[in-house]
Design a protein around this ligand. Sequence first.
Ligand code: Q0Z
Length: 301
Amino acid sequence: MRVTDLPTDLPGYEHIYSGKVRDLYAPVGDDGQVVDDQLLLVASNRLSAYDWMMSPEIPDKGAVLTRLSLWWFDQLADLVPNHVISTDVPDAVAGRAVLVRRLDMLKVEAIARAYLTGGGLEEYREKGSVSGVALPEGLVDGSKLPEPVFTPTTKAPVGEHDLPMSPDEVEAELGAEVAAEVSRLTRAILARGNEIAAERGILIADTKVEFGLSSEGTGGLVLADEVLTPDSSRFWPADLWEPGHPQPSYDKQFVRDWLTSPESGWDRKAGGPPPELPQHVVEQTRAKYVEAYERLTGETF
Ligand code: Q0Z
């Protein structure tokens, strides 16, 4: 399914929005009115690589990531409340959808980095710091940071790129108190994630989390969206970790390796769409998502 396809028609729900890999619906009440304090978050089986949507989809990807996110919410429950209401969802999306509290979402992408790569590495090479945090000399692609660093960005509209936000910009957007709490929680979530994952052969290089403010109750920060999944984080196989070069991706490596191999025949720089993934690549990729779920949770998918 491409993002241009029509979303699944779900009786009793109104489609609100589709992102690259997930879809958002609002429940409709018995009176025909939209329930304005809830949302249905649906994870698809879509996968993107090199900024293209792959075809065919990866069977069970949405269910694996949904179950992983729900498991992490439990592991993090002593740190922060979350938006989950129920996993009682329509049959058409069973296992890959969650009913959640609708929150006032913060207009900041809350990112923390435990290992240096990507945009953080570029900033370090230019300035010796990342998001205003001075770092030791001599760090390379994949180096472990002394402790997780908060590296927030803007939430750019679809198609545009998120931009780094300075601590002052985050404070101006959120206020000093909420800004400090978002930074502390984002770093604590990644630290907890890595404590758990490291014992199970996975490193979490960095992660993006989303917070909202609850409109009722205490009005405090609530962890929303998905958390510590391969789509929101960089998962690396711990046994292959070797600072000094780009690390293999836990989930997408088979796809990237095949797309860049002569076998695929794809010329990425020519700008055209990638070819259809062969069945063995789809199967290997599905197996990596399942393996990540089973290693982390200790449960069978
Ligand atoms: C999440 C997203 C998409 C899935 C809005 N609890 C919440 N309250 C209000 N808004 C959100 C949430 Cl999770 C919210 N997103 C991102 C987009 C599918 C999630 F198309 N957007």
